[in-house]
Design a protein around this ligand. Structure first.
Ligand code: PMP
Ligand code: GLN
Length: 379
């Protein structure tokens, strides 16, 4: 039979987590914390479950949560979205990315992606008849080559996907980057899709440069985030999309037939927690920076070369001094032989990479990081 996604197999995240489980390895592959969501948040959600808030939420999201999101965005990025027409709650960022792409991409449209790039964008583009145009990031620091982007933009370019902080590389965009981007899309009708699920995980005193910080960019952007990352609850799958009203209207046409709405008690509990505990996300950079610093310090005696990690909870490691294996084979070997699972990076790239890189997730307790690093130092 004719298949719609002939090149797509099972995601590397499922594959590596399954291998980690089967071999008993420490799982630093798929990105998720091994510690729990805040107790107060769990209690709020449980309270709503037990008080009967268990039927459909409004299609666009529970008002209290949309209001809390709008307030947070205004406080952090100086842009106040209208909670009724510009904020939509979704079943994870994954749904929001798919809905945004489906809402505006059709046959013949090109979407520019930067490699290595998160694996859910391209299937969404393809299923809608669009074409992904892959541009490599600079492998030295994983920055965007703006001249190359300028050359790639053409009459069919409909959208550019911007992921900052960036998975898997941990790079972040600066305000100068946003200016460059603005100058390239000015006088075009190109839309932007901002994947900002790691918005609260930036290090060394940097501030996250959301597309929403830049009024000119915000006018043409879908900006997507996820409570899974922010509140250590990746299993809840609650995210959201912020976009100008006309774009949100198109977004909602897809969302209402993709999932219609998102788990009600989770939304109500998240709204309560965002109101009562805004300091939680303000403390997240320091919380994860301590883990990053510990993990890097522990790996310093190893033969891995560590890239800069400016944001996200991922660390890239160059294993060129250890092995000549291609990265997928190396990641599997590492899982079986060293007992630590990692994610190969080339699977996120259309063109082969020069460097030999795997990704480790450091959203783990201290004991886990110590044991994993000890194993990695022995190889
Ligand atoms: N985008 C990026 C860059 C991610 O890392 C993730 C989570 N792995 C997602 C989107 C999806 O987020 P969610 O789990 O909320 O669907
Ligand atoms: N975003 C997570 C990661 O990068 C995994 C998400 C998933 O498993 N689909 O590891």
């Amino acid at each position: 039979p004719k298949t719609k996604l002939p090149k797509v197999g099972t995601t590397i995240f499922s594959e590596m987590s399954q291998l980690a489980q089967a071999t008993g390895a420490i799982n630093l592959s798929q990105g998720f914390p091994d510690f729990d969501a805040p107790a107060a948040l769990r209690e709020q959600v449980a309270l709503h479950i037990n008080s009967g808030a268990n039927q459909y939420a409004p299609m666009t999201g529970v008002p209290a949560l949309r209001e809390a999101i709008a307030l947070k965005v205004e406080r952090l990025y100086g842009h106040k979205p209208c909670m009724d027409t510009e904020v939509t709650v979704t079943s994870g960022a994954t749904e929001a990315l798919f809905a945004a792409i489906s809402a505006v991409i059709g046959p013949g449209d090109e979407v520019i992606l930067f490699d290595p790039c998160y694996d859910s964008y391209e299937p969404a583009i393809e299923l809608n008849g669009g074409k992904a145009v892959h541009l490599p990031l600079d492998e030295r620091d994983f920055s965007i080559d703006w001249n190359r982007l300028a050359d790639a933009i053409g009459p069919r370019t409909r959208m550019i996907v911007i992921n900052t902080p960036h998975n898997p590389t941990g790079s972040v965009l600066s305000s100068e980057d946003l200016e460059r981007l603005a100058s390239l899309v000015r006088d075009t009708d190109i839309l932007l899709l901002g994947d900002e699920v790691y918005e609260h995980i930036v290090f060394d005193g940097a501030t996250h440069q959301s597309l929403l910080c830049h009024a000119e960019l915000a006018r043409r952007s879908f900006v997507v985030s996820s409570f899974g990352k922010t509140y250590h609850a990746t299993g809840w799958k609650v995210g959201y999309c912020i976009a100008p009203a006309p774009l949100s209207a198109e977004f909602r046409k897809v969302h209402q037939y993709l999932t219609f709405s998102t788990m009600t008690p989770a939304q109500l509990g998240l709204a309560d927690f965002m109101r009562s505990t805004p300091q939680h996300y303000l403390e997240l950079p320091a919380f994860y920076q301590a883990k990053r610093d510990l993990f890097r310090e522990l790996l310093a005696p190893s033969r891995f070369g560590l890239s800069d990690a400016k944001g996200t909870y991922f660390q890239l490691a160059d294993y060129g001094a250890i092995s000549d294996l291609p990265d997928t084979e190396f990641a599997k070997w590492l899982t079986r032989e060293a007992g630590v699972a990692a994610i190969p990076v080339s699977v996120f790239c259309q063109q082969p990479m020069q460097r030999k890189l795997v990704r480790f997730c450091f959203a783990k307790g201290e004991d886990t990081l110590r044991e994993a690093a000890a194993r990695l130092c022995r190889i």
